[in-house]
Design a protein around this ligand. Structure first.
Ligand code: G3P
Ligand code: CA
Length: 311
């Protein structure tokens, strides 16, 4: 999925491989476990550098060269889809100051016009004062403008009946359900299997991800409606990843694994060795750097030429 420049070291190794493969002894060498490093996904953008789930966070990801961003989608009192993680507004905006009598400040108790008055940047840093809570529509436009890709989480769908159908409508209107976006640029994920099943039923072509770490015996059931199984990184083992990869999803391809939330380079490398496909991170640039270093070192976990280390 990610295209990397081919280095001189790579060319040299490829040349050596051609020579070694020509000998019978090397033909019997075991194939390496993987040929691709995981892709880093910016969790709510790059929240170590900009307020989470804002357009500024998307811009920051773009500036760092981060191709994939993750977000959280919820619905206002008057039915607008917006991007925010918590189901209440008070942690990431100045709502307590602006609407002091409206505790507990649930998103679903506020209209879009009210939410658009809020400052979603000052809590994070004065430099981001005046940043707004984005509508999904504006968020999609910004991600598109940067030619980025989106892991869209339907957050707390049990609070917003019918949000899956509404999401389909908004994605279509924003141009995100055309062939190119569906093939390359979009995954819809949720902790709610019911919501994901509903979404999959409405748009079978769109890739979906279930947030959680089901038992191996349950994977077949999830594979009916989910292309990815996306666990907390602490529950990941190499054997579990192998079991997930052994199952085919609704589009006939092996299930993928996106692990969250990993901000430490060494841990990212460990997960890569276990075979995960994506790593969701608050510091995706740190993860990318750690993985690239490992890749450049031609560590046994990454290189299709790993048998050369046994020579
Ligand atoms: O994408 C995975 C992660 O976002 C799930 O947890 O609480 O950050 O939405 P949360
Ligand atoms: Ca999320």
């Amino acid at each position: 999925m990610r295209i990397r420049p081919v280095s001189a070291v790579t060319c040299a190794l490829l040349g050596m491989t051609t020579l070694f493969l020509a000998t019978p002894a090397k033909a019997a060498a075991p194939a390496a476990a993987r040929t691709r490093v995981p892709v880093a996904i910016g969790h709510r953008g790059v929240p170590v550098q900009a307020p989470e789930n804002t357009l500024a966070a998307v811009d920051r990801a773009a500036r760092l060269g981060i191709r994939w961003v993750e977000n959280d989608v919820q619905r206002t009192k008057d039915g607008a889809l917006i991007v925010m993680h918590d189901t209440t507004l008070n942690r990431t905006t100045d709502v307590e100051k602006r609407f002091p009598g409206r505790a507990p400040w649930r998103i679903s108790d506020f209209t879009l016009a009210e939410i658009e008055k809020l400052d979603a940047g000052s809590w994070y840093d004065r430099r981001f004062a005046g940043e707004r809570v984005p509508t999904l529509k504006r968020y999609l436009q910004r991600v598109d403008r940067h030619r980025q890709r989106l892991l869209l989480e339907v957050k707390a769908p049990e609070l917003y009946p019918g949000i899956e159908r509404q999401l389909v409508t908004e994605l279509r209107r924003a141009g995100w359900l055309d062939r190119g976006h569906v093939r390359n640029d979009l995954v819809v994920q949720s902790f709610s299997a019911a919501s994901l099943k509903t979404f999959h039923g409405l748009r079978k072509d769109v890739k979906t991800g279930f947030l959680g770490a089901p038992k191996v015996s349950e994977l077949g059931a999830y594979a009916k409606f989910a292309d990815q199984i996306n666990p907390n990184h602490r529950s990941v083992t190499a054997a579990w990843v192998r079991a997930v990869h052994a199952v085919k999803g609704p589009h006939g391809r092996k299930l993928e694994v996106s692990a969250w939330t990993v901000d430490d380079g060494d841990r990212a490398v460990d997960l890569a060795r276990m075979g995960v496909d994506y790593i969701i991170s608050n510091a995706p640039h740190v993860v990318e750097e750690a993985l690239a270093e490992e890749d450049d070192d031609y560590g046994p976990a990454f290189s299709p030429l790993s048998f050369l280390y046994d020579l």
